[in-house]
Design a protein around this ligand. Structure first.
Ligand SMILES: Nc1nc2c(ncn2[C@@H]2O[C@H](COP(=O)(O)OP(=O)(O)OP(=O)(O)O)[C@@H](O)[C@H]2O)c(=O)[nH]1
Ligand SMILES: [Mg+2]
Length: 449
């Protein structure tokens, strides 16, 4: 996962709290030290770290324990809330308004603009928009080929012209085409620093194109240095948001994220890998939830939208939260999940699941298992599918004979159903409210503390 090391240390820290016998000032001081250490290791700016831990400490020492919460839960909740505030608090989703909606990407050399343009094209195509890429990088010789390639991969139209050495001219040449698209994603040229030359080029295209979103792409591996860069771009190029790329494979991601959060421009997406699907909308609450091992249901539903229609995903989400689901739903859910990518990355988004520390092998055999389950389900009656609690020993035998699937695997399917149902019940009604959610874990953290 992204920020794995930071996540591990923060989880351990919170577990210490969860396991402690009672909360006193000494424990709170220890907690503060642990959090500081974890954040500094992730290259978060020292001053920011101290501001944050000061807030946590003050709240932990002074706030009355909220009704229905234990002191430990209260403290964990404070850490959660302050980390969410630290990362910008609110989610800033891009609202696609008029057509064509223009998203322009700017940034320094190699920050990931062109790759991200392709990811965005795929992201919006999957959500039903008609997308085109516009390549205005006239500086790098291979830029036009790269964007052609990426366009092919994302299966969208590409407008660019390597013979023309003026971005304005390229843009104007394809003007008549743009009305045919819902979204235009515009890739621009980078520089090795925010020079006057780059500023004036961005200003010029800005004036002409008038993008609805002007997004700065910043590579996470620069850590806290991202702050200066983000502030400079914010001041001189009128950016409307930031995409932090390359969050995978750097220990400095925490530094980059927090640096961007204080720059005044909100983070809208993060890049989490080189592949075209490796892009996520950024939501501070969900992100912190995942880092702390509490799951991120919203991201899960968002990912579900990639593979199932939006209405279906919402419906599934609602029924999931109501705890009204049967074996067919479970199967559909698991099938959709298996299409969403490696189960291990899905599991961390499900509240409570990341704590189960599921062994790798278990996550891998899942797909083969799905096939068998489907065969077994074909031998079940409608009543059994709708109410798996009916499936007793003799029914297991019958289903096994009918499907050729061993009885133990059929029992496992029923068990999985019960477990999911239990998990859902626990989460039911507590959506978006961490304290209620934690309460349902019987005062223990979902990470098994
Ligand atoms: N691991 C990882 N690599 C990424 C990510 N985003 C981009 N990259 C890689 O970063 C390198 C540079 O990406 P580009 O998209 O070409 O960057 P750019 O900003 O367009 O570069 P210039 O056009 O030269 O300014 C490529 O090798 C990408 O594969 C990411 O989220 N994770
Ligand atoms: Mg590029």
């Amino acid at each position: 996962m992204v920020l794995e090391k930071l996540s591990e240390s923060l989880k351990n820290t919170l577990q210490k709290i969860a396991k402690s016998l009672f909360v006193d000032e000494k424990l709170i001081n220890e907690l503060i030290k642990d959090i500081q250490r974890a954040l500094l290791q992730s290259d978060v700016n020292v001053r920011l770290v101290f501001d944050l831990t000061e807030k946590i400490k003050n709240r932990a020492l002074s706030e009355e324990t909220a009704k229905g919460l234990t002191k430990k839960e209260q403290i964990i909740n404070i850490v959660y809330e302050e980390l969410v505030n630290f990362l910008g608090k609110e989610q800033h989703k891009i609202e696609v308004k008029q057509k064509p909606f223009k998203i322009m990407l700017v940034g320094l050399f190699g920050s990931g603009k062109t790759t991200t343009a392709g990811k965005l094209a795929k992201f919006y195509t999957k959500r039903g928009y008609k997308v085109a890429l516009v390549g205005l990088d006239i500086h790098r010789p291979a830029a036009m080929e790269q964007i052609e390639q990426i366009g092919k991969h994302a299966n969208v139209a590409v407008f660019s012209d390597k013979k023309i050495k003026d971005p304005i001219e390229i843009w104007n040449n394809f003007k008549s085409e743009y009305q045919n698209f819902d979204i235009l994603i515009i890739d621009t040229a980078g520089r090795d620093a925010l020079s006057h030359d780059l500023i004036s080029e961005i200003e010029e295209v800005n004036d002409l194109i008038k993008p609805d979103e002007n997004l700065l792409v910043i590579s996470a591996d620069i850590g806290q240095a991202a702050q200066k860069q983000a502030e400079q771009f914010h001041k001189s190029c009128g950016i409307s948001g930031i995409i932090v790329s390359k969050m995978d494979g750097t220990a400095k991601g925490g530094g980059a994220l927090t640096a961007c959060s204080v720059s005044g421009a909100p983070i809208k997406f993060i890049g989490i890998g080189e592949k075209i699907d490796d892009l996520e909308q950024f939501n501070p609450a969900g992100f912190v939830g995942r880092i702390l091992g509490m799951g991120d249901l919203e991201a899960l539903l968002e990912k579900a939208k990639d593979v199932i229609k939006e209405e279906d995903a919402e419906d599934l989400g609602k029924r999931f939260l109501k705890g009204e689901f049967n074996l067919i739903d479970l199967y559909e859910q698991m099938e959709a999940m298996s299409k969403m990518g490696p189960l291990s990355s899905i599991v961390e988004m499900i509240p409570g699941f990341s704590s189960l520390k599921l062994p790798k092998e278990m996550l891998q055999v899942q797909e083969g298992k799905l096939k068998k389950w489907k065969i077994a389900m074909n031998s079940m009656t409608k009543a059994e599918l709708e109410d798996p609690e009916l499936i007793d020993g003799s029914r297991v035998e019958r289903i096994s004979r009918g499907s050729g699937i061993p009885t133990n695997e059929i029992r496992e399917l029923v068990k999985q159903y019960r477990q999911s149902k239990k998990m859902v019940k626990m989460f039911k009604g507590s959506k978006g409210d961490m304290s209620k959610f934690m309460k349902k874990f019987g005062g223990r953290l979902p990470m098994g503390g």
